[in-house]
Design a protein around this ligand. Structure first.
Ligand code: SAM
Length: 262
């Protein structure tokens, strides 16, 4: 009997209907799949039923890895590592479809790392089908002029199309989490503003959103010393709050900032 480890965000999906619904949202047959945190293998079994070409799974918990080896033997390739320490760009020659009922404690860290490390010339995945705490998913999909808008939505929407699939209730998991979950579907965007240094976007959003209720005068001045050409060019009203600036404005600001520091 496996005892779930809270420290590894272990809430296993037990509702068969939901599991099969998750794995049927894209065509899997003959495709290469990555599953992050397969746990006891509930999603993995459902993926296997749909005849993928291959499945790679990345699981940090040694005890669960033993169980997966017993259950799946050679049908899957198990990587017993922390997903945060892997270079995802090197996982496979083929584009991957990625599934993950992500451990909640590191779900945003995983997504942010993948976006910031993305190689624009060779994007390693075809789509991402990922589960988050509902409150986190709401932030990822939020639009500007809403209270959930912030660093996560700006980063995610930079290179990815993001769509909500459905919410999932706590009773679909064991142990039952206290909160609802949401499944999101991501695909790479064809066009986005290329940045040589993605950390510029990270820095811009961190500084602008450090005081989300205050006007953007101060962070703008801190980063761009009140550059009036830039204010005119991007048509920025410094009396607005950070949540009122569009996605595109943040990407352009990041572009200007990287020019400034290079
Ligand atoms: N996919 C299974 C399911 O839906 O029943 C388990 C999902 S559970 C929410 C998260 C899984 O991710 C656990 O198996 C946990 O051990 C694993 N995990 C946690 N942190 C990890 C990390 N940093 N790298 C890889 N796996 C991790």
């Amino acid at each position: 009997m496996i005892k779930a480890k809270k420290s590894l965000g272990q809430n296993f999906l037990i509702d068969r209907n939901i599991i099969d619904k998750i794995t049927s949202i894209v065509e899997i047959k003959n495709k290469s799949i990555l599953e992050v945190g397969p746990g006891t293998g509930n999603l993995t079994s459902s993926i296997l039923k749909r005849n993928p070409k291959k499945i790679l799974v990345v699981e940090k918990d040694d005890q669960l890895v033993k169980k997966l080896e017993e259950s799946f033997s050679k049908k899957i390739t198990i990587i017993n590592k922390d997903i945060l320490n892997l270079n995802e760009n090197l996982l496979s020659q083929e584009e991957l479809i990625v599934f993950g009922n992500l451990p909640y404690n590191v779900s945003t860290e995983i997504l942010c790392k993948w976006i910031l490390n993305l190689n624009d010339n060779k994007i390693w995945f075809k789509s991402l089908i990922l589960m988050f705490q509902k409150e986190v998913a709401d932030r990822i999909i939020s639009n500007f002029n809403t209270s959930d808008y912030g660093r996560l939505s700006i980063l995610a929407n930079w290179k990815l199309n993001v769509k909500k699939v459905f919410d999932i209730k706590p009773n679909c998991f064991s142990p039952k989490p206290k909160i609802d979950s949401t499944l999101l579907f991501f695909t790479p965007k064809k066009n986005f503003l290329k940045l040589k240094n993605p950390l510029a976007l990270e820095k811009i959003t961190r500084i602008f959103f450090s005081h989300r209720r205050k006007m953007i005068k101060k962070p703008f001045k801190q980063l761009f010393s009140n550059n009036s050409n830039l204010i005119n060019e991007l048509n920025i009203n410094l009396n607005l709050r950070p949540q009122n600036l569009s996605f595109e404005t943040y990407y352009k600001l990041a572009h200007e900032y990287e020019k400034l520091i290079s």
